[in-house]
Design a protein around this ligand. Sequence first.
Ligand code: NZQ
Ligand code: ZN
Length: 389
Amino acid sequence: MNDFTYWAPTKYVFGRDAENRVGQLACEFGGKKVLLVYGGGSVVRSGLLERVKSALDLSGIEYMEMGGIHPNPTDDRVYEGIDIVRSNGIDMLIAVGGGSVIDTAKGIACGAPYEGDFWDFYCGKKIVDKALPVGVVLTIPAAGSEGSGNSVITKLDGLIKLSLRTEHWLRPRFSVMNPELTFTLPPYQTACGIVDMMAHIFERYFTNTPDCEVTDRVAEGVLKSIIAEGHKVIDNPVDYEARANVMWAATLAHNGVCGTGRVEDWSSHFIEHELSAVYDVAHGAGLAVVVPAWMRYVAERNVGRVAQFARRVMDVTAADDRTAALEGIERLRSFYHGIGMPLSFTELGIEQPDIPRLVEKLHEHKGNPIGNYVKLGPEDTDAIYRLMY
Ligand code: NZQ
Ligand code: ZN
């Protein structure tokens, strides 16, 4: 196990009616004037936004609003938010929604106090050393941004989707998590979330760092729970206990605990981010196509962990590593298929993928090689994209 520092200061408030505590929490973390950030309307239709505003009113906290954030959020809305914050003396961001909304709020939070262009942080020119506090009211368990120090934004000019990773600056000060808020999620979004949270664990699980038995077992336990509870939420979207388990799993998958003590990979995410940047597919759906293709490719080059995953998570019994690995990948694909996820470019709605362009953009923005479990250059990533037909 490698040495590590793990700094995860988010206060999680989990359970029914938790959103009613938003005012109290904003006060606790010093908010006096808040910018409420939200998406395309689900929180308006469900009445959640009104309840959040009432909670802020009760605590005497002023607020302004910025709605209409789209999935795969873009830099234009971050610039707009930075202007609102600067012109109105906003001192806290509260994101009411999912990863896209939270990540936009995080972009604004680090961009507003910075004199330069906020994109400097995302393209690696500058390191974040201050940010406004961010609070979250989570409505979809998926991206894990409610517990991560990360934010993913697409620059419209060039469709460049980059993730900014901070140790603690962009970790939300508080995250309110009421599983009932996820009852309204359509099955497709629920399934996208399940695939994404599993991928967050895979990115950490597929490693060459030896002797991380505790981290391994945590990761495998969360993966097995997601599969079991995932079936339940697809079958019955208002199963509170299953929704609660899936919601907490999404946070544990991405708040860093499954990566402690080891080198992480992240190539599946990089490969997918090009798909969602160029073709605007849902991130989770893109991952359902990318992850099995990536696993098939790396299993031929470094089979050990894929076989371990197959045996410990997918209950494969084959003695031979390669056979076990391939069977595990098939079982994973069949799980994805069973919850309604696509398994190919065509099922994803991409009829004629421009693979050379995807590969070129990928390595231009993410480096060469990418990944760690197996290092991947352009020939490798080209081959992985071709496994997705
Ligand atoms: O916009 P509204 O109307 O709210 O609808 C949203 C949106 O269409 C809908 N939705 C959310 N909660 C709902 C609901 N519909 C009904 N009932 C509810 N309770 O779901 C749709 C998707 O929302 P989005 O926020 O895009 O989903 P998600 O949480 O999956 O976020 C995806 C984004 O996060 C990035 C992805 O790349 C993508 O841009 N990621 C961020 C990460 C991070 N910050 O750590 C890590 C991830 O790997 C990921 O890359
Ligand atoms: Zn993800």
